[in-house]
Design a protein around this ligand. Sequence first.
Ligand SMILES: [Zn+2]
Length: 609
Amino acid sequence: MRPSSVAAGLASRVCRWALLLGIAASTSYATTNYTITLANPDRHLVDVQILLTDGLPQRELQLPVWNALYQVRDFAQNINWVRAKDRAGRALAVRKLDKSRWQISGAQSGAVIEYQMFVDSPGPFGAEFNSHHAFFNLAEVLMYPADARKEITVVRFNQVPQGWRVATPLTSMPQGSFSAENYDRLVDSPVEIGKFQESDFDEAGGHYRVIVDAEPGDYDMGKITATLQKLVAAATDWMNDRPFETYIFFYHFPRGPAGGGMEHAYSTAIAVNADVLAKAPEALASVTAHEFFHLWNVKRIRPQTLEPVDYTRENYTRALWFSEGCTSTAADIIQLRGGLLDERHFEDSIASAIGELERRPAHLTQSAEESSLDAWLEGNAYYRRPERSVSYYNKGELLGILLDLAVREASHGKASLREVFQWMNQNYAKKGRFFPDSEGVREAAEAVSHADLGWFFAKYVAGTEEIPWNDFLHGVGLELVVGRSTAVDAGFQASRNFDAPMTVVTVTEGSGADIAGLKVGDIIVEINGTIVGEESSESTARLVPGDAITVKVRGRRGSERELKWKVGSRDEVSYALKDVDNLNAGQRERRAAWLKGEAQIPQQTYSHP
Ligand SMILES: [Zn+2]
């Protein structure tokens, strides 16, 4: 996945994640049948019916407490009521066991469970139903029978408004229903229902569908499709693999605050604010490359700690620096190979990411693995403060860059990050195995480089040692230049938790913001008349010290107020990458291979290790 995170108006990037690999379908013929009735769009209500086949007299139904984000969101809070009956229509006893689990008695001859649910959470991480459309992450809507999660599932949509169509990676069945081999696959398959626009294309044997739900004037389907063709061609070539026949891109381009993407095994759902799309179309390529690469990294090259998914509580994993951060590294390489990113912008983005990490005091106290374990705390504003946490996206993306460089150095140019990913694909994904978190990454990196890389993982993945950037960059003839610059200081820092509103996390005592009355916890609605979306930062980045800033905020009790002050300045450490003096031929050659994401001296493929 990719969230939007923004600090003190510094634009930053977005990410996220998702679900599973296919587990062998149950050998029994039992099927769980779901009907979702789109009953009341104006009140955002859906009626759900679950048909259970014959079985034990007592059955338990569980609604996941988390999905799409590594955050417990307790979707059960939106269920109005639950009831059950047998096939003859006689009421069955329903006993609530905890906040998200219900027990049905008398179900030996099957049972019909019904509940009503409020679904009004927009974006790729949510479930939403209104008079415009429906978009569902089904784990947020559908309970599963606790004893039959591996059964085949069939879902049907009822009372679909006139003129609306259904798009989903689920398997189409007769009479408009859809099936999945089990619940995990079902809920890894988002569903868009509405009057979307659709395009499709074929590339290197794969079929791709593009589903867009947005104002037609806000995007150019031809340009989007051209970008996607470059990305999928570059990615499948880089991985030398295409583990699907058909893949779906779901896009929403809302005019309000939005940003982020969610990966699935056979699709991705992405939201980009319409203004951002118009002004910075590369934002779409960046988030799409990340989400598409997840179809390997995290969906198929999957850490053991995320398996099986525990829908009742947190799955703790140390692997997100790799599964998320290195997905961003791979996305950079795919964009470079697809001609969607050039060397200058790539190196600038590395310098900017180094700055983001180095400016957070927590880089000395929280490791990349600990940041991954603490992903479940990201919903709390205090947790996102610079002295409390680093981002596994930010440090992980840099670790991906460094691991690539370390493998090149250790193997004398014979291997790279590409071989690491291909090795993991062959030795874990293709064999239906899950990798043992950081230890599995180390195993792959050492296998392709034939070198001991324990130091790398001990110091920078599990540890919090200062990273000697130039030791890594020297091989490709680059060095980090650390300078000082005067930066605008708006007097506060704000950040977003995925697609949640941007929230103030710090206010500098005695600053203009403080005197004007800005409070920690205030939600930023507008800065200088511009809605704060993914790129809110742009509005403050253009200011110079002494400029006036007007910020519209919503307080904790919901009341809006407008605050004005003059922005100040502060000294800041700046970071840039530049060529080393006397760049030699060896460095030039390694740089060229690095920018292609390839080993200098191809040695072997990893299909038969
Ligand atoms: Zn991601």
